[in-house]
Design a protein around this ligand. Sequence first.
Ligand SMILES: Nc1ncnc2c1ncn2[C@@H]1O[C@H](COP(=O)(O)OP(=O)(O)OP(=O)(O)O)[C@@H](O)[C@H]1O
Length: 271
Amino acid sequence: MIPEPRSGADDGGEPEDGRQTVLALREVSARLGARPVLHGVDVRVRRGEVVTLLGANGSGKSTAVRVAIGQVPVSGGGVELFGTPLRRFRDWARVGYVPQRTTAAGGVPATVSEVVASGRLSRAKLGFLRRADRAAIRAALDEVGMADRAKDPVEALSGGQHQRVLIARALASEPELLLMDEPMAGVDLESQQVLARTLAAQVERGTTVLLVLHELGPLEPLIDRAIVLRDGCVRHDGPPPRAVGQHALPGHDHVHPHSGAAEAVRSGLLG
Ligand SMILES: Nc1ncnc2c1ncn2[C@@H]1O[C@H](COP(=O)(O)OP(=O)(O)OP(=O)(O)O)[C@@H](O)[C@H]1O
């Protein structure tokens, strides 16, 4: 049996637990070119939550995140950030976005600190970086363990280091909502550990997080809720599928009765 998507307790007002809905995708449909990709997708992320979007390749995870920041227009439904409809939302310093990484650096002739500084411009007054801005940039570099590489060209970095820089760029504006598209993909073990620590520190600080993942991996302890997409529809919204991280070993066919998401795993929703 496929678990029903959890009904939104926060529809049209205060959620049951009183926490603000930071991001809402309400019955969102979206197309890429002529291709319908999302079909009535409901995603709610409340303040302080860490939510992951899971699903097979092509299920629409990246599109859902890109819809959330207006990079892909909706063809139906609506998006709200911090309670404001996306078309009226201007407060972009409150949102950090880490896109899916394609190639390292991609020929960008910039230093590490320049890339990270670009993430602070949304907070800089009249485009000038003040002392507080420079401190935030340094703190973001420190957080991902790249402070000693600040003056290096990003082209000189490994894939994992490059990813850390993109995350530092997103953190430089001290966002309240962090959107990350597959932050662990193609990242070496050391960088994965740094990223897991960075995310844990952000969560500790109360940052709200929505991240696309292929598997929970080292981030599993941080995840409050998982939303599983299949063919552009939400197929599960609830506890994360713990079975993936712990029991994806050959021969392990045990399904946890306490986790609705385990059913999603068993029925191949993630496959
Ligand atoms: N520019 C485009 N035009 C038409 N279809 C596209 C375009 N870009 C992506 N698609 C298709 O849209 C669907 C959803 O893509 P999306 O990147 O959102 O999926 P995803 O779940 O994030 O996949 P992945 O895990 O591979 O990143 C896929 O089938 C993809 O092939």
